[in-house]
Design a protein around this ligand. Structure first.
Ligand code: ATP
Ligand code: SF4
Ligand code: MG
Length: 336
């Protein structure tokens, strides 16, 4: 039985963009998943597969083409001027990939971090706001002397800390971290991941943590969703996804991560995916991964695989698993 409380429920979410002359780009195409309260859900996939579009749609920066998003059990409405929408904009925040372009170069750190407070807590005095910002800077590993400086005076890692302080200022419940470490030096990446983990615990935050490859999300994600060409192919607990990947795409992504043990690394089989990712304007029929899948069968071009829970809390969309029967605990209980 599912006992974890959900913060966000996504049902058949689709986001299409009109491009060129009457063409439709299928950026996100009918995905369903849940984000539990207090968890970090990793979202992984190659460039252009729709990760940022998912994040932006969840934050209502894009209107979904179809489908439904529920936050704390309540369906999100399109009306941006309502009080609910204003509250939602406070409760959900984003941390961006590029700590260089995402901070306004003409604003001081104090101004950047207090912007959200000005909007959402307009009655706060200037002094209170300043104290609040200084507390936040200290929380993310900066200090009060940084408040009056400008973004160009900071390193990439420090700028990302400013971006994190800005996101935290309005006390959000949910944060979309869109490749927050991809632009940073490898040596700094672990520091930022550790900071995000620490903040998650202290502030009881829920994260959608977006990354290109599986190695980057491993240390932060409780569960991981693997995306390909606008759809989620597999979703499972991180440990299970690493140790027992079911979808051929996940298996290929995992096989590309070098193993630390050189002996194991030499023996290990690498799954090389051939061909390019197809154009999202005209995705392949049936299973979208079939043009690159080493295990593709006839049915894969004819029928779209159903998104299915094939083991408890392990979802996959692939014809290799369509007939496996999941015996759920609650079924056993009701029968017993
Ligand atoms: N505003 C837009 N208008 C038209 N097409 C868009 C728009 N935003 C994204 N797309 C397209 O939608 C698809 C998904 O883009 P998205 O940015 O969500 O991918 P991504 O997985 O975040 O990629 P990356 O890893 O490179 O950041 C891409 O084909 C992209 O070109
Ligand atoms: S449905 Fe077919 S093509 Fe798609 S991943 Fe599974 S085996 Fe490969
Ligand atoms: Mg992106």
């Amino acid at each position: 039985m599912e006992t974890r409380e959900s913060l966000i429920e996504v049902e058949k979410l689709t986001k299409h963009f009109k491009v060129g002359k009457n063409q439709v780009l299928h950026a996100v195409d009918g995905i369903s998943f849940t984000i539990h309260k207090g968890e970090a859900l990793g979202l992984v996939g190659e460039s252009g597969c729709g990760k940022s579009t998912v994040g932006r749609t969840l934050l209502q920066l894009y209107h979904p083409t179809s489908g439904e998003i529920k936050f704390e059990g309540k369906k999100l409405k399109i009306d941006h001027s309502s009080d609910d929408a204003k509250q939602y904009r406070r409760e959900v925040q984003m941390i961006f990939q590029d700590p260089y372009s995402s901070l306004n170069p003409r604003m001081t750190v104090l101004e950047i971090v207090s912007e959200g407070l000005l909007i959402h807590q307009p009655n706060m005095s200037k002094e209170e706001r300043r104290e609040n910002v200084i507390e936040l800077l200290e929380l993310v590993g900066l200090n009060r002397n940084h408040a009056n400086r400008y973004p160009h005076e900071f390193s990439g890692g420090q700028r990302q800390r400013i971006g994190i302080a800005r996101a935290l200022a309005v006390q959000p419940k949910f944060i979309v971290a869109d490749e927050p470490i991809a632009a940073l030096d490898v040596s700094i990446q672990a520091q930022i991941v550790n900071l995000l983990k620490k903040l998650q615990k202290e502030k009881e935050l829920t994260y959608l943590f977006i990354a290109h490859d599986l190695s980057m999300v491993k240390h932060i994600s409780d569960r991981i969703a693997v995306m390909y060409l606008g759809q989620i192919m597999e979703l499972a607990e991180s440990e299970e996804l690493y140790s027992q990947p079911l979808h051929p795409y996940t298996a290929a992504l995992l096989s590309a991560i070098p193993l630390p043990d050189p002996n194991l690394e030499r023996k290990r089989e690498r799954i090389i995916l051939t061909g390019d990712v197809p154009n999202p304007i005209n995705p392949p029929s049936g299973c979208r991964f079939r043009t690159r899948c080493p295990q593709a069968m006839d049915i894969c071009s004819q029928k779209e695989p159903i998104w299915k829970e094939v083991q408890p809390n392990h979802f996959v969309a692939c014809h290799l698993y369509q007939n496996s029967e999941l015996v759920k605990k609650e079924t056993l209980l009701t029968k017993g």
